[in-house]
Design a binder for this molecule. Structure first.
Ligand code: MIG
Length: 799
């Protein structure tokens, strides 16, 4: 078994000297005298792929992670060599490959500074037990280097000094040091000397990453099988590293806008009367909510695609009534299919031979909620197709709008390892393999099949899927949550870190179980958690049944008011969040930005964890401790307005910020134009008759964006969207706002209400598109707000 640590284990093998070099356009092959081949592909000027074999021949090249639409192409490629090395030069990078041992060094092409260098480089250990190799890579750590990424790890944002394992694991009530948990996202970014690069180790076996834990100056990563196959992505801006990784592994299409609303969940709301009681209460208390979830108890004996006749006698009617009240119904679907010959889903899969099998032929039998189950092999295209088809009734007929995939690590009860044994067979899309290789992508392939089912049967509306397990690239199909967290203050911090970490690992559409899944929060903790969750791309309260109620009104009235207030802020900010989603979906930009991602040149940001930017102009910092009246936080460089008091503050320093229970530290970047909807109880409740723009004066320039479309459906792909770019420029006693519009979508509203904050002068004149406006004609109130037609292109305000 793997004992690897580099120092402990002495059985490592290494590449020998290069004996042959071949080039086929942008794919280079370097072969050594001991049968190692390095295949180097130049994907982009800043993206190189390194792939190794130790047997002189590569296996079929196949990846679930890489998006088929990933960009490719470079401006420049030149290959030369000297006595010691090959030199590959693109417009961004220079890569040296040493002739004696295949080790590599990568430099920034602009100034020849070292970015990343092999220490031992590629090496391997023969795996007599499993077959093949344990493939390893080690790199020299640079001075002051920091590391970020790896998906859902609950530890400090900066991974330096730690070692991690990637093996999707059901982790009820995990803690800060639990590793691994539900997801396997083998991507990280390194940052040193102001420059950032990323490494995506696209290997689905159990992988390990060591960030200077074993040896102070070395980082390494290795896998229990498969190929050493990784992508090197250069920034130097971390944001470019993340967007390039996200481009490589893909982004989701836009979700329906309601999916960015507030969701209420519980294990479990049943029977129907209980569901109605909850949804009615939301409306009665005027707490906005768009989605209600049904956990496993809605089914008949936990059989997927069935309904409990006792608890939900007429699901179609119920779902319709919920829909009429603005609630979208989301139901859970697990991978385990109950062994029951009278159950059609089971029978069909058995007849068609769709279930996973053990190495010697028997089916993979495991106990989950329904009792003994078999499990579909989602790595087989026909099985995914069949699975997608199973959603017809649920979606098309009954009207369910979203599906929640749980237990897809896959989790199995009462067995060692809590998952399939290693010998289970998978098709792996025509590359048959054992569970060792398929484990980490099993959940992803389930969510993918679910997504295709929803997309088909919900058409022309957009699908909504949420998954617990994921591998790199899963974000193309589904949103995600962090699994079974705990109602504790520490877990509030963990949720904050996980959401940021997932965003910088390409997976923005994520949120925690607000309030905690296990145990019971008090009202204060719940309120503080809603405050954070309101600024996460996915916003849902969820909790397990055995620990009491966890609805916005489950505490006292003061708490209910705080919860309502923050959910209302989220609903006002929907156009801002949707624009941010558009920037993610379209430009690969993460929806949350840790401070290090926002300003990597400021070394103060490298070890910050609490503060983050939501979208690109709101600075958020949750209150993580009980009995707080505020907290100290770091304000990044630049000018920021306090969201509540509109007071202007210069960043680059730590400061105390007041935040009683009904508040939290929120700042707006100076110059920002923040679009706002009126408060609605659910998306689409109101026709938007006027869009509010909160414009924050800046002495200088700032750009903002507003993306809009029909909020559902696919018309936007045919040009029916509206993308407005705002340029705000302030200069002494003058403020100019310009708009450039793209796209053919006509918004329902005719006017903007512009709220001006921070104006350093008293308004004397206003010009809209070069026409002076009579100050009496524009509704220029004492509160510095004015109403202008949405078609305006140039607004000039003078003091
Ligand atoms: O073994 O479906 O993480 O969100 O409520 C527990 C019941 C199974 C685990 C999920 C949780 C869900 C629960 N599930």
């Amino acid at each position: 078994m793997i004992l690897n640590t580099e120092l402990e284990y002495k059985g490592d093998l290494f590449p020998a000297n290069i004996t042959d070099y071949q080039k086929d356009v942008d794919v280079l092959h370097f072969s050594t005298s001991n049968n190692v081949i390095l295949q180097l592909t130049v994907l982009r000027d800043s993206v190189l792929r390194f792939r190794y074999t130790t047997v002189g021949k590569f296996n079929n090249d196949f990846s679930y992670a890489i998006d088929e639409d990933a960009s490719r192409g470079y401006n420049h490629l030149e290959i030369t060599d000297d006595e010691k090395k090959y030199i590959i030069t693109t417009s961004k990078l220079i890569c040296h490959i040493h002739k004696t041992d295949l080790r590599k060094s990568i430099y920034d092409a602009k100034n020849n500074t070292l970015i990343c260098e092999d220490e031992l480089g590629f090496h391997w250990e023969e795996s007599y037990e499993l077959g093949g190799d344990i493939v390893k890579m080690s790199k020299a750590a640079q001075n002051g280097e920091s590391y970020y990424g790896l998906g859902d790890k609950p530890q400090h944002l900066n991974l330096k000094g730690k070692r991690f394992e990637n093996w999707a694991t059901d982790s009820y009530a995990f803690g800060k040091n639990t590793d691994p948990i539900y997801k396997a996202i083998p991507f990280y970014t390194g940052l040193h000397n102001g420059k950032s690069y990323g490494i995506f180790f696209d290997n689905t076996f159990k992988t390990f990453f060591d960030f200077c834990q074993e040896r102070r100056n070395v980082t390494s990563f290795w896998a229990q099988g498969g190929e050493m196959n990784y992508y090197f992505i250069y920034g130097p801006k971390m944001q470019d590293v993340v967007t390039n990784y996200t481009d490589l592994t893909g982004t989701p299409e836009l979700p329906p806008l309601w999916a960015l609303g507030y969701h209420q969940c519980k294990w479990s709301y049943y029977p129907e009367s209980n569901v109605k009681e909850i949804t009615n209460k939301f409306r009665a208390l005027k707490i906005p909510c768009d989605a209600i979830y049904l956990d496993i108890d809605y089914m008949e004996g936990f059989r997927c695609f069935t309904w409990s006749k006792d608890h939900f006698p007429d699901p179609k009617r119920m779902v319709k009534e919920l829909t009429d009240d603005g609630f979208k119904t989301v139901v859970i679907i697990d991978p385990g299919i109950k062994i029951d010959n009278a159950y059609s889903v089971f029978k069909e899969a058995l007849d068609k031979d769709y279930f996973c099998k053990r190495a010697d032929g028997p089916y993979m039998k495991g106990k989950v909620w329904p009792g003994e189950c078999y499990f579909p092999d989602f790595t087989r295209p026909e099985v995914r197709e069949w699975w997608a088809g199973l959603f017809k009734e649920l979606i098309e007929d009954i009207g369910v709008k979203g599906v929640w995939n749980d237990m897809n690590e896959p989790a199995v009860m009462d067995v060692p390892g809590k998952t399939f044994p290693a010998d289970v067979r998978h098709d792996y899309d025509g590359n048959p393999c054992s569970h060792q290789k398929a484990h980490n992508i099993y959940g992803m392939q389930m969510a993918r099949a679910t997504y295709h089912g929803l997309k088909r049967f919900n058409y022309p509306k957009r699908p909504f899927v949420i998954t617990r397990s994921a591998y790199s690239g899963t974000q193309r199909y589904t949103s995600t949550w962090m699994g079974d967290n705990v109602a504790s203050w520490e877990h509030l911090q963990i949720a904050n870190i996980q959401a940021q970490r997932l965003a910088l690992s390409g997976f923005s559409f994520a949120g925690s179980d607000i309030g905690g899944f296990a145990e019971q929060p008090n009202g204060e903790l719940y309120a503080r958690w809603i405050q954070l969750g309101a600024f996460h791309p996915f916003c849902r309260t969820h909790s397990s049944g055995d620990h009491g109620d966890q609805e916005p009104w489950a505490f006292d009235e003061e708490i209910t008011d705080v919860v309502r207030k923050f959910i209302e802020i989220r609903y006002e900010l929907l156009p801002y969040l949707y624009t941010s989603f558009y920037q993610y979906s379209h430009n690969n930009v993460p929806m949350l930005k840790s401070l290090v991602l926002f300003d990597q040149e400021d070394s103060q940001t490298h070890y910050r964890t609490d503060e983050f930017i939501c979208g690109d102009q709101l600075l958020i910092c949750p209150i993580n401790e009980p009995n707080s009246k505020g907290r100290r936080m770091y304000i990044p460089r630049g000018e920021w307005y306090n969201f509540w008091t509109k007071e202007l503050i210069s960043g680059g320093k730590e400061t105390w910020v007041d935040a009683d229970l009904d508040s939290m530290p929120i700042f707006v970047k100076a110059g920002a134009i923040i679009p706002k909807y009126p408060i609605q109880q659910y998306v689409g409740e109101k026709d938007i008759e006027e869009l509010t723009l909160d414009a924050y004066y800046k002495n200088g320039k700032e750009d903002s964006e507003l993306y809009e479309d029909a909020n559902d459906g696919y018309d936007y792909t045919k040009g029916r969207y509206s993308l407005k770019k705002f340029n705000l420029a302030g200069n002494g006693n003058k403020l100019i706002i310009r708009i450039h519009k793209r796209g053919e979508y006509e918004t329902s509203y005719k006017t903007f209400k512009i709220n001006l904050f921070g104006l350093p002068f008293k308004v004397k004149s206003i010009k809209v598109d070069n026409e002076y406006v009579d100050l009496k004609d524009v509704k220029f109130n004492g509160d510095n707000s004015l109403i202008v037609p949405k078609e305006f292109t140039n607004l000039q305000i003078k003091g």
